[in-house]
Design a protein around this ligand. Structure first.
Ligand code: ATP
Length: 272
């Protein structure tokens, strides 16, 4: 059981306040995931369902993983992250058993959230060799999600994909990944918040967040983070060269911005 050890289990130190934008998504996750998780009896008494899975989809770098981790933080649940590609790549032939062990680990560590990245890879999108294993692994995942032989109380499964159209329809049935949420590139207000989050605690001066964020249409959260890092690197290099300390200014971010292209464009054009 090499793959299944405590290194897999995180106690997230992030919560929703660390995730910029996504106000509507956060509300939906609270009402559909977090509150039922925390107060199952209350929700059940009103005929609301408890448990089951949630599928997050959208362009890369827009915070699916981050949002899932923060959801675990909000619930004070353990967080176990696995990627289907990893399970398939490393454990050919043994993938089903590994998946089972991961779910067993979560059941021992409950309350726990299992986050399964690249769910579409179960369809064998990458290699023909994976197609057969992907089918067997899909069946194992269905068994685990349905929890027929096991107790899934206090276990939540969140899935993520950039290619929702490749996710097996059997995984989308009731009680499985039956709720689907789109995680889009951040809007203007979201981009301002993400900029602030990634610059907070650093030496900054009079940053015009709105001006910068307006030029970041279709930037992912990861792109925005990259702009902040690039601007900081430029300033560090200058400080080292001149020996004179100075903060990051709006101009530094505008310059960094010119060199970084939004990475969601290709995805958005495919998904149209
Ligand atoms: P992929 O599809 O490539 O797996 P993803 O949608 O899961 O991408 P994340 O890995 O969650 O994206 O995001 C990458 C990084 O970008 C995060 O670790 C975080 O630092 C930053 N980021 C993304 N969205 C936000 C956000 N809304 N607020 C703050 N930071 C963000």
């Amino acid at each position: 059981d090499d793959y299944v050890d405590n290194d897999l289990v995180e106690r997230p130190g992030v919560a929703f306040k660390d995730v910029g934008g996504m106000d509507v998504l956060k509300e939906q996750i609270k009402m559909n995931i977090i509150y039922p998780f925390q107060q199952p009896e209350l929700f059940q008494s009103f005929g609301r369902k408890v448990g089951g899975g949630l599928l997050l989809y959208g362009p890369p770098g827009c915070g699916k993983t981050f949002l899932a981790r923060a959801t675990a933080g909000e619930c004070q649940a353990h967080f176990i992250i696995i990627s289907i590609h990893d399970v398939l790549d490393m454990y050919i032939g043994n993938s089903e058993k590994n998946l089972h062990n991961i779910f067993e680990l979560a059941r021992r560590k409950k309350p726990a959230i299992i986050f399964i990245d690249e769910l579409d890879a179960l369809g064998g999108s990458r290699q023909q060799m994976h197609l057969h294993h992907g089918r067997m692994l899909t069946n194992q995942l269905l068994t685990e999600l349905d929890g027929i032989d096991s107790d899934n109380s206090q276990i939540l499964v969140l899935g993520a994909t950039n290619s929702p159209w490749f996710v097996d329809a059997s995984l989308r049935r009731p009680g499985r990944f039956d709720r689907v949420l789109f995680v889009p590139p951040p809007d203007l207000a979201g981009r301002i918040q993400i900029l602030q989050l990634h610059l907070q605690g650093k030496p900054i001066e009079n940053i015009d967040y709105t001006r910068i964020a307006k030029l970041m249409e279709k930037f992912s959260g990861a792109d925005i983070q990259a702009v902040c890092t690039a601007a900081a690197d430029t300033v560090i290099a200058q400080v080292m060269k001149s020996g004179k300390m100075r903060p990051i200014r709006t101009e530094d971010l505008l310059n960094a911005l010119k060199k970084i292209k939004p990475s969601t464009l290709e995805w958005l054009s495919i998904a149209k």
